[in-house]
Design a protein around this ligand. Structure first.
Ligand code: KIV
Ligand code: NA
Length: 271
């Protein structure tokens, strides 16, 4: 299987629709990428790794180094999906120049194909600047977790007319700026549909609508790694119980000296 490309993914939306929705999951490690790769079109090295991997309270403290290291692992663990790397908070908002420098560093250090950054109209100029200089950009509108301190929480967006209008306008601005795809997160369904119909780039929904052009979830959320997840997550697995039960088995065998057994033990003479 040859690796997909950004233009191929972008071209999946023709005359305002995709024939088959695009599949994206987050990945932070090489082994995780290996297991997910064949099932996905895109692997997102999300800054959600701040909470999921590092136990941080939000994505705000995530650094460029953390993103570059995990993205490099995901590139090494995959050969099919397009790897998209989140730009962390503070690495792109100041100016198009700052964004280019840091996006270039991310791509050079990791081998990822594209970056994702959060924000609407205010980021359009930056997106155009990056795309014109060789860096494909995925947009992200609606509930943008890096803006948690401005938004005041992780509530669904687009419930008021003014907010709904802003979200659709933001999506259009990113589309015109040349974003190759746009994540729509935590938005009431009619607005997700309106935005999807208003842009030529594929939209990737999370807490949005089945009518988006693709879907993304945090892998650990959909695997059932966490007890509490947002309403928009569907748990397809129960990995937390599997890990707990497996650890309990190991602990019990260690405590009863039944592990290691003869199969796991070296003897001086093996014939
Ligand atoms: O960081 C992340 O995982 C994301 C997706 C949930 C869209 O941005
Ligand atoms: Na993110």
């Amino acid at each position: 299987m040859k690796r997909l490309t950004v233009p191929k993914l972008r071209a999946r939306k023709v005359d305002g629709r995709v024939e088959e929705p695009l599949v994206m999951l987050t990945a932070y490690t090489a082994r995780q990428a290996q297991l997910l790769d064949a099932h996905c079109d895109m692997l997102l090295v999300g800054d959600s790794l701040g909470q999921v991997i590092y136990g941080l309270p939000s994505t705000i403290p995530v650094t460029l180094d953390m993103m570059a290291n995990h993205a490099a692992a995901v590139v090494r663990g995959s050969y099919h999906s397009v790897v998209v790397c989140d730009m962390p908070f503070g690495s792109y908002e100041q100016s198009p120049q700052q964004a280019f420098e840091n996006a270039a560093t991310l791509l050079k250090q990791s081998g990822a194909a594209a970056v994702k950054l959060e924000g609407g109209k205010a980021m359009a100029e930056t997106i155009e600047f990056l795309v014109n200089r060789g860096i494909p950009v995925m947009g992200h509108v609606g509930l943008t977790p890096q803006a948690v301190n401005v938004l005041g929480g992780y509530m669904a967006r687009g419930r008021s007319d003014s907010e709904a209008e802003k979200i659709v306008g933001d999506a259009k601005a990113l589309d015109e700026a040349g974003a190759f795809a746009i994540v729509i997160e935590g938005v009431v369904e009619p607005i997700a549909i309106e935005a999807t119909e208003a842009v030529s780039a594929p939209t990737i929904g999370i807490g949005a609508s089945a009518k988006c052009d693709g879907q993304v979830l945090v892998t650990e959320d959909m695997l059932g790694m966490f007890e509490r997840v947002p309403r928009f997550v569907k748990k397809y697995g129960d990995i937390a119980s599997t890990i707990e039960q497996t650890a309990a088995k190991y602990a019990s065998e260690v405590r009863t000296r039944s592990f290691p057994g003869p199969e796991q033990t070296y003897q001086p003479k093996s014939d």
